[in-house]
Design a protein around this ligand. Structure first.
Ligand code: CP
Ligand code: NVA
Length: 308
């Protein structure tokens, strides 16, 4: 049976730690592992992408594999071929499927019949490759994860908020989400994160006041207020969010050595100021680089786990 990575809690706390160790090792020796030699991995995009697309293509090549990068809108999938039939066919050609799509249930359908590992490269609900990378970046800067307080400010119902809740608590972190009324995390995701916390000592909490939430925090994370696909959803995605901007004044309330993450692309002057994004607390460029290392680790590990 193939192992898939569809959401952050698809790996146990011990497996997540092993993945992060492997990511560090691959960063130290980027061309030393050729375990994808002779293997083909496809990455399919139904939404725009810069980091995910390039980091998967480069990473698969560095591991000796062959990447097949496709705009999903040009596939028969875009003309009503079913996800399941697409998955059955792709499984006959490639050794792994990476997919950026819309609803999580679409990637669940892909994985349900795939005979090769399926990786979530972002859905409306989760962005687990990004959060694996964020954890790698935090550990690089702080030397640990368990016990740290991470505050996410923004749309609490989006993919980053949900993945930070699941992935952060799996790492034993205390994850606080600050979001406006009506943009709060999915109740089931909160319950799943809290459940993970009973195993790891981590915790998940929702805050309304950004200044309360960031007091003494080790890591601040933000993201766009309007995710891909939400451009015309009719909701006010500016007014209620203004108070959540990550700026110098807010950062002063965090711990002295606090770091700031943003998955990018950033909307400078909206969810984050230039001063913070380009300032000393920002770890965003290392974070962007680490997509490459973390995803290479994920592919190597998933193939090992799947006996491929
Ligand atoms: N952070 C991230 O996933 O970036 P892209 O949308 O450019 O892939
Ligand atoms: N929440 C953002 C993340 C982009 C990488 C989106 O889904 O558009």
């Amino acid at each position: 049976m193939p192992r898939h990575f569809l959401r952050d809690d698809d790996v146990s706390p011990a497996e997540q730690a092993a993945l992060l160790d492997l990511a560090d090792a691959l960063k130290a020796d980027p061309l030393g592992n050729k375990s994808l030699a002779g293997k083909t991995v496809t990455a399919i995009f139904e939404k725009n992408s810069t980091r995910t697309r390039f980091s998967f293509e480069v990473g698969i090549s560095q591991l000796g594999g062959h990447p097949v990068i496709v705009d999903g809108r040009s596939m028969q999938l875009g003309r009503e071929e079913t996800i399941e039939d697409t998955s059955r066919v792709l499984s006959r050609y490639v050794d792994g499927i990476v997919w950026r799509t819309f609803a999580q249930k679409r990637i669940d359908s892909m994985a349900s019949v795939a005979s090769v590992p399926v990786v979530n490269a972002l859905t409306d609900e989760f962005h687990p490759c990004q959060v694996l990378t964020d954890l790698m970046t935090i550990r690089e800067r702080k030397g640990k994860l368990a016990g740290l307080t991470l505050v996410y400010l923004g749309d609490g119902a989006n993919n980053m908020a949900h993945s930070l809740l699941l992935g952060g608590v799996t790492a034993g972190m205390h994850v606080r989400v600050v979001s406006p009324e009506g943009f709060q995390p999915d109740q089931q995701v909160m319950l799943d994160a809290k459940h993970r916390g009973t195993e790891t000592g981590g915790s998940a909490a929702v805050f309304t006041d950004p200044y309360d939430a960031v007091a003494g925090a080790d890591v601040l994370v933000t993201d766009t207020w309007t995710s891909m696909g939400q451009e015309n959803d009719g909701l006010d995605r500016i007014g209620p969010f203004r108070a959540l901007q990550v700026n110098t004044e807010l950062l002063k309330r965090a711990a002295d050595e606090a770091i700031v993450l943003h998955c990018l692309p950033a909307h400078r002057g909206w969810e984050i100021t230039d001063e913070v994004l380009d300032g000393p607390a920002s770890a965003v460029w290392d974070e962007a680089e680490n997509r490459l290392h973390a995803q290479k680790a994920l592919l190597v590990w998933l193939f090992e786990q799947s006996g491929r």
